[in-house]
Design a protein around this ligand. Structure first.
Ligand code: URA
Length: 212
């Protein structure tokens, strides 16, 4: 698995405000959205394209277009929804699948409660949206589900990752021989005893949508 920490002053600036406990939900949503678009730019470096020729007002020009089947973007509910617009802004032709997963706060294990994905993902590039890669249980389970349906290239976009989560994902997905990438704004220090990322930004879902 490959991890890319996007090193850019705008990313660092927006992330700092996201972390700040005084940032209210509307500002948090806007900044998360902007941050995802910046991450998406890096995350799509390997998006598949094919050569095309277009006619300019002057002459012919050689360029590229995204290939079909269109990439699939998969936000993990609930917090991943806060990343969807920021991603599809750069990839408007992407299709969107949904995965509802919840972490049992006692066992920290992921449970899947909703799946809305194409049955056959052969030949599809998939982009999974999950803001907090903490223990890695949810993201590893989500990626395994996509691979089981035939996905042959998976990139996860996470606002923050913890070293424990990356290590878990490496171990869980070590048998996988297709490209798996994690693109993030920061690799934080550690997890605390409740499975929260430290220093982190708290509960991403609650900060996006309130405590419901
Ligand atoms: N999920 C969150 O929303 N925050 C964390 O720190 C860990 C998991």
């Amino acid at each position: 698995m490959q991890t890319l920490v996007v090193d850019h002053p705008l990313v660092a600036h927006k992330l700092t405000t996201l972390r700040d406990v005084r940032t209210d939900s509307p500002t948090f949503r806007r900044l998360a959205d902007e941050l995802v678009t910046l991450l998406a730019y890096e995350a799509t470096r390997d998006v598949r394209t094919a050569p095309v020729t277009v006619t300019t007002p002057v002459t012919e020009a050689h360029g590229v277009r995204l290939t079909r089947p269109a990439p699939l973007v998969v936000p993990i509910l609930r917090a991943g929804l806060g990343m969807l617009d920021g991603m599809t802004r750069l990839l408007p032709t992407a299709e969107v699948g949904f995965l509802g997963m919840i972490r049992d706060e006692g066992t920290l294990k992921a449970e899947t409660y909703a799946t809305r994905l194409p049955e056959d993902l052969s030949g599809r590039q998939c982009y999974v949206l999950d803001p907090m890669l903490a223990t890695g249980g949810t993201l590893a389970a989500a990626i395994r589900l996509l691979l089981d349906r035939g996905a042959d290239d998976v990139t996860a976009l996470c606002l923050l990752v913890a070293p424990e989560g990356l290590a878990y994902m490496d171990e869980e997905l070590k048998d996988v021989d297709v490209p798996i990438r994690v693109v993030t704004a920061a690799l934080d220090e550690r997890l605390n005893e409740h499975g929260y990322i430290v220093p982190g930004l708290g509960d991403a879902g609650d900060r996006l949508y309130g405590v419901v």
